[in-house]
Design a binder for this molecule. Sequence first.
Ligand SMILES: NC(=O)c1ccc[n+]([C@@H]2O[C@H](COP(=O)([O-])OP(=O)(O)OC[C@H]3O[C@@H](n4cnc5c(N)ncnc54)[C@H](O)[C@@H]3O)[C@@H](O)[C@H]2O)c1
Length: 364
Amino acid sequence: MPKKLRIGFIGTGGIAHAHMKAYKTFDDVEIVGGADIVPGKARAFLDKWELPNAKAFESAEELIKNVEMDGVTVCTYNTQHAIPTIMALNAGLHVQCEKPMSFTLQEGVEMVRAAKKNNRILTIGFQPRYDPVRQHVDQIIQSGELGKVYYVQSGGGRRHGIPGSTFVQAEKAGFGCLGDIGCYSIDECMHAIGYPKPLTVSAIATDYFGKNPKYWHDADTFNVDDFSVAFVRCEGGVTFVFRQAWAMHADSIGDTLWLGTEGGIKILNGYQQVNSPSRVRMFRDIGGNEVDSVVKPFYPFDAYNPIGKVDIFAAKVRDFCDAIKENRPAPIPGEEILYNQAICDGIYRSARLGEEVKIEIPEI
Ligand SMILES: NC(=O)c1ccc[n+]([C@@H]2O[C@H](COP(=O)([O-])OP(=O)(O)OC[C@H]3O[C@@H](n4cnc5c(N)ncnc54)[C@H](O)[C@@H]3O)[C@@H](O)[C@H]2O)c1
């Protein structure tokens, strides 16, 4: 029988369960251990998933030292992504790290350096990359049909969507809405156009909802952002306008938009649009005529599960495993996501300082 892939967990809180749910469906993977700094938490997690032979520890270091593994999934909160990831890479393990990549840009740089030095996979957990609609949009934009894309704007957001738990504690999450859902928006907008290098950021961040007991039950301890906007200048004359909200008095902060010299794509956001098959629109001029088309979702037949939706979370976990087995590069490479991290870091710094900041990415 071929050898099974041996995977361990670092951090066994909320999202670790979603990873485990996916892993439990894979016949070729064995979960061999877990670590969590809260005493007893890793053991309880492994027991819940009926893994009595998997070993539990109270530090990532002990797990890495004592258990033979091919890779780990890092499911700690944001300010604790870098340390265990670097430790695992230096021990020769492949890593799937949850999003956002880290809290600071420098942490992200150190993570990428460790992956490069040890020639190991460092992939970051942006599962919307596996959404067929998103892949369809990426494909159109990357085909060059829009000409030169010079402007991108993020959209979406939540009306009442402050998540609670460690997401609203600055010492654990670092940033709030920006690190939670903002990094997804940045990935959606920038991956499609090949992640041009960000150069400067001017941002603001506010906390009007999290700090108001009318909208958030724990307003006294809330200490992160719940809304941010930014103007990002990128290499190649690309402007990126970022907007994101955990809470607002609107059904959406606007549409997601890519404007090119030959065409544009818009993703309509908001309650009315979210499940609409005509949500994605493309605009062009053909023979002097204004042409507006609907970009139809394209689902490859075998991507359906029984309820008709693609399990994008399982797809991301599977891709990590396959990349290890097939000796492929990281599916969502740390080097690429470093630009995402640089934007998050720039937004955070600019909002704090109240002025535009330069983005300088150290050599890897
Ligand atoms: N991809 C997604 O859909 C998705 C969804 C939710 C959360 N996330 C991300 O997953 C991460 C974790 O979120 P969560 O909701 O599971 O948080 P959580 O607070 O529920 O769990 C984090 C766990 O990590 C443990 N931990 C912290 N530092 C550690 C360390 N150095 N070593 C070992 N264990 C450590 C904590 O004790 C805790 O049990 C966050 O970065 C978040 O952004 C991703």
